[in-house]
Design a binder for this molecule. Structure first.
Ligand code: ZN
Length: 244
């Protein structure tokens, strides 16, 4: 049985001398692995579409316990990311996050759209990589069902009138009078977090923050994500090493 699915290549691994297995993020099946057999002999379409960060249409043969790529047509290859080491590192971090958050075999249309949008913004350069990173981290974790609660104080329930304290461990915000454990964030950062959490994927890139707030917003999103996953990401460390 063959089926056709659109997918983004998150990872490419060589097997032996001529075979490859690619990990795809798809809308219908979430993360799947598919074999591109005899890479040296396969047709140029499959070869072109089986590169890291390529979004394409894949015709997959479903074998007994694996997928085999029968044909592939590249739709978007994000060439603009390959020539910029910082953007490429960030794009690879987004791929690692998708691998972390999306279960194998379960539909993930929103996550696919989020990652594709983020790669487009990263490529076109209209927003800073730091901004795109924070928006992506926060939305991804929200889609996974772990959005921080930033709508009102986690202790007294009042809405915020000024600065707040964001605690990554509880995933809540507090008025400074209620709790001092965490990161001080300004009203602008609270609003930014609410905006990303509550708006649809196509709208979440359309706001801006003053530089100081953007930095804090970025720190809040990253700290929260790293705390929630309890992981370190090589691609993130690499991104940081080329960002300074
Ligand atoms: Zn309070």
């Amino acid at each position: 049985m063959s089926s056709v699915t659109n997918g983004l290549v998150l990872k490419v691994s060589d097997i032996g001398e001529s075979d490859k297995v690619i990990t795809l993020l798809t809308a219908e099946m979430g993360v799947i692995r598919a074999f591109a057999n005899r890479a040296k002999k396969m047709n140029s379409n499959i070869r072109a579409a089986s590169q890291l960060l390529c979004y394409g249409e894949f015709t997959l043969y479903h074998g007994r316990d694996s997928y085999i790529i029968e044909n592939a047509v590249a739709k978007e290859v994000f060439f603009g990311l390959r020539s910029d080491i910082k953007k490429l590192a960030l794009a690879q971090y987004f791929c690692s996050l998708a691998l972390e958050f999306v279960p194998e075999g379960e539909p993930a249309p929103d996550t696919l759209r989020l990652i594709l949008n983020s790669l487009s913004y990263l490529q076109n350069g209209r927003r800073s990589p730091e901004f795109i990173k924070a928006v992506t981290e926060l939305k991804l974790i929200s889609l996974a069902g772990y959005a921080p609660d930033v709508s009102a104080c986690g202790a007294c329930g009042k809405s915020f009138s000024g600065e707040a304290v964001f605690n990554v461990r509880t995933g809540k915000c507090y008025c400074p009078e209620c709790s001092e454990n965490g990161m001080r964030i300004s009203p602008g950062v609270i609003t930014a977090m609410q905006y990303v959490i509550f708006n649809g994927i196509d709208r979440i890139y359309s706001f801006s923050l003053p530089a100081a707030n953007e930095k804090l917003f970025g720190r809040a999103a990253e700290d929260f994500l790293l705390f929630r996953t309890g992981k370190t990401f090589k691609a993130l460390e690499f991104y940081k090493s080329v960002s300074t």
